[in-house]
Write a protein that binds this ligand. Structure first.
Ligand code: ZN
Ligand code: ZN
Length: 354
């Protein structure tokens, strides 16, 4: 199949055989060729072009994401020089389409999504179909805001972590401790706007175990607060530093000589307070089914029956009519306060409730 021109840009997408069609290449004024495949194209015609090669296979767990910035830069340099750019892989279906979509997203990050950019490409080349791993990488790239530097972005670390867990579990083993993203050690912690002040403590010893931003929402419980308040038997968490002895019982010290025993795929979570040591939940890297029926993968779950959830009662607005430090009991809080935009009627309603 011939190469096709990407709408709106002097970029062409094709398979390996597009390199053979010298007439078409010259008619399209191709000056730059980007090869996205492991095979070394041996065609001598490549010598006539600026050439850049990314050695990747068309498999779902291949890391193409880390190459987005360099490939986009290469494409841009060709276009800026007034030339045409051929992006090719073997078939012009998955790898090259992924790079073209990344380029389109980079140019129009607010106007396009990975899906709509793919739809654009399919208008000129219906066979375009990035594999599901590449589509996910495009989604991550788009969520990041299509940055120049992908690998230092926190979402990249998260994606690598998920990929490592999936890869390990597929081989029936726990992930390496070094690859775990301990959420409380991340420089830029994810901020969940809901339930910031909610603490989760060990029921027996009151040791603080987590705060709401470390909770993993699941299923219909779309945010941390909803997940905590749900009827589910577990509250699922991201990996946290205190879990190390439970998750990796055979490596008490990361600097010690590596243990020959593998970390368990699943097990119990123990309270980090050594004088307590209660069994407070369980973990399963391969995932577990919550009592609500949803699967959580990987799953690190605190048993609701073993923990207490405390939420300080605070007045979010209306300090003008309440002396500082005065907190209303929950049954006196006025729901209108949180929904009513009219501050006058709001303060009146608070007065009324007092
Ligand atoms: Zn405890
Ligand atoms: Zn659930």
């Amino acid at each position: 199949m011939a190469m096709n021109k990407v709408p709106g840009h002097n970029i062409y997408i094709g398979g390996i055989f597009s390199l053979k069609n010298k007439t078409a290449l010259s008619r399209a004024n191709i000056t730059h060729v980007l090869s996205v495949l492991r095979l070394q194209p041996t065609d001598e015609t490549l010598l006539a072009y600026q050439h850049h090669r990314i050695e990747v296979d068309d498999v779902e767990d291949e890391n193409l994401l880390e190459h987005f910035p360099s490939t986009i830069k290469f494409i841009q340099s060709g276009l800026d020089a007034g030339g045409g750019v051929l992006v090719h892989c073997a078939m012009g279906k998955s790898r090259s389409a992924t790079i073209c979509i990344a380029y389109l997203l980079h140019c129009q990050r607010s106007a396009l999504t990975p899906q709509s950019a793919l739809a654009l490409l399919r208008e000129i080349r219906p066979l375009c179909e990035p594999n599901s791993g590449f589509m996910e990488q495009l989604n991550v790239y788009h969520q990041m805001g299509c940055p120049e530097d992908v690998t230092s972005h926190p979402l990249y670390s998260r994606w690598l972590y998920n990929r490592e867990v999936e890869g390990s579990v597929a081989c029936g083993r726990a992930p390496e401790m070094e690859s775990i993203l301990f959420e409380d050690e991340q420089p830029q912690q994810r901020v969940d706007p809901t339930g910031q002040s909610i603490d989760i403590k060990c029921r027996r010893c009151r040791r603080k175990l987590a705060i709401a931003p470390f909770v993993v929402p699941h299923g219909s419980h779309g945010d941390a607060k909803a997940a905590i308040k749900s009827d589910c038997a577990h509250i699922f968490l991201n990996p946290l530093t205190w879990m190390r002895p439970s998750l990796f019982p055979n490596s008490p010290d990361a600097s010690a000589s590596p243990s020959t025993e593998d970390a368990p795929l699943s097990g119990r979570l123990t309270c980090p307070n050594t004088s307590c040591g209660s069994n407070i939940g369980k973990f399963a890297w391969q995932g577990m089914q919550c009592s609500c029926g949803d699967w959580v993968v990987p799953a690190i779950g605190l048993a609701k029956a073993r923990v207490d959830v405390s939420e300080p009662v605070t007045i979010r607005r209306g300090p003008a009519i309440l002396p500082p430090g005065i907190r209303l009991p929950p049954n006196m809080r006025v729901s209108r306060m949180e929904t009513d935009a009219d501050s006058k009627s709001e303060s009146e309603s608070v007065k009324g409730s007092l």
